[in-house]
Ligand binder design. Structure first.
Ligand code: SF4
Ligand code: MG
Length: 332
């Protein structure tokens, strides 16, 4: 059966003055209700572009999309704007890294949460205010009946992110997309917000897409992982599979650059060497080959000329020409 959200062979191209930006290229994944998919990769790997595509937030004038985005069995690519507006908030909602860019400084927190509710339900102002208080309570804002009348600047960074989550969840969406929701927060608050998302998911069964560059966040929060590079999926599987037995050289690089509790604070991290590729002139063959340590082993000609496909279609898979035996030899 088709997963609750099913993205099939998604391609997103932006036509710019410099050429066509291939932001997403042949991406497929699914998310089931009540589960969290962690989407990881460096900036420019297509994570946010994918999220905005699912919510229909790319303008058709600049973004050319193909493939399929099925939400609860319904095709969203090419859906009329009115349908997408109804879906956003009601069925699918998004929270961003920086609540200050999404919250208006001129209206109270309660008013902003309430307006989203009113727009989708036609509730009265009084009912919307009650709903805002209820949501602030659910996301753990202390003294919600008082704080509902605060302005965003009166909230701490962590409380603003909680308010954003309250706003995103006010209409009980089936899918929540969180784009780097904790990146701007300190470690303690970050852990609290991730705990909150997990608790809310247990209560509501929401499907969550958690976009992050931080594999540590994925390890603690997600069920499944999708590793993206140059707009493509390079590895996919359960958290246990991908973090416990990573197969793709890019995933190895991400894992090696992860700070560990056992690492002294000032020890240098080993980032993936080199820089993310141009999405206008994507490297031929395996797009990771200019940064990879293993083309000599896999076959330099092969890595340079032939695009490795992600296989198998379900379960743990990766897009790399190395054999499983070679991978196991390398990580040993
Ligand atoms: Fe490296 Fe080749 Fe595998 Fe790409 S296909 S990740 S270049 S070994
Ligand atoms: Mg991003």
């Amino acid at each position: 059966s088709t997963p609750f959200l099913s993205v099939q062979d998604l391609t997103v191209d932006f036509h710019t003055e410099d050429g066509v930006v291939h932001a997403v290229d042949g991406l497929s994944f699914g998310v089931e209700k009540g589960t969290t998919l962690g989407v990881v990769g460096e900036s420019g790997s297509g994570k946010s572009v994918t999220a905005l595509a699912v919510l229909g937030l790319h303008s058709p004038e600049t973004a050319k999309m193909s493939g399929g985005i099925l939400l609860d069995g319904r095709e969203l690519i090419g859906a009329p704007r009115s349908v997408m507006e109804r879906i956003r908030g009601n069925k699918a909602a998004m929270i961003f890294q920086d609540p200050l860019t999404s919250l208006s400084p001129y209206h109270t927190i309660g008013r902003q949460i309430g307006e989203v509710f009113r727009r989708h339900t036609g509730a009265s102002r009084a009912a919307a205010r009650d709903r805002a208080i209820e949501m602030l309570t659910r996301v753990g804002i202390p003294q919600p009946k008082l704080r509902v009348d605060d302005y965003p600047h009166q909230f701490s960074g962590g409380m603003r992110q909680r308010a954003m989550i309250a706003m995103a969840l006010v209409c009980d969406p089936d899918l929540l997309i969180a784009d780097e929701p904790t990146t701007a927060l300190d470690v303690t608050v970050q852990a609290q917000i991730l705990d909150l998302l997990r608790d809310l998911q247990e209560q509501t069964g929401t499907a969550i897409i958690l976009i992050t560059h931080d594999l540590g966040v994925v390890a603690n929060t997600a069920h499944e992982v999708l590793v993206m590079y140059a707009g493509r999926a390079v590895e996919r599987g359960t958290v246990r599979e991908v973090l416990g037995e990573p197969h793709h050289p890019y995933t190895w690089g991400l894992l090696a650059s992860m700070p560990r509790l056992s690492t002294p604070v000032d020890a240098p991290l080993r980032p993936v060497r080199g820089t993310p590729p141009s999405l206008i002139n994507v490297p031929s063959g395996c797009p990771f080959h200019p940064r990879c340590d293993y083309p000599a082993l896999a076959g330099p000609e092969l890595c340079r000329t032939e695009r490795p496909e992600l296989s198998p279609r379900h379960g743990h898979g990766d897009a790399c020409h190395l054999t499983l035996a070679q991978k196991q030899e390398i990580v040993r």
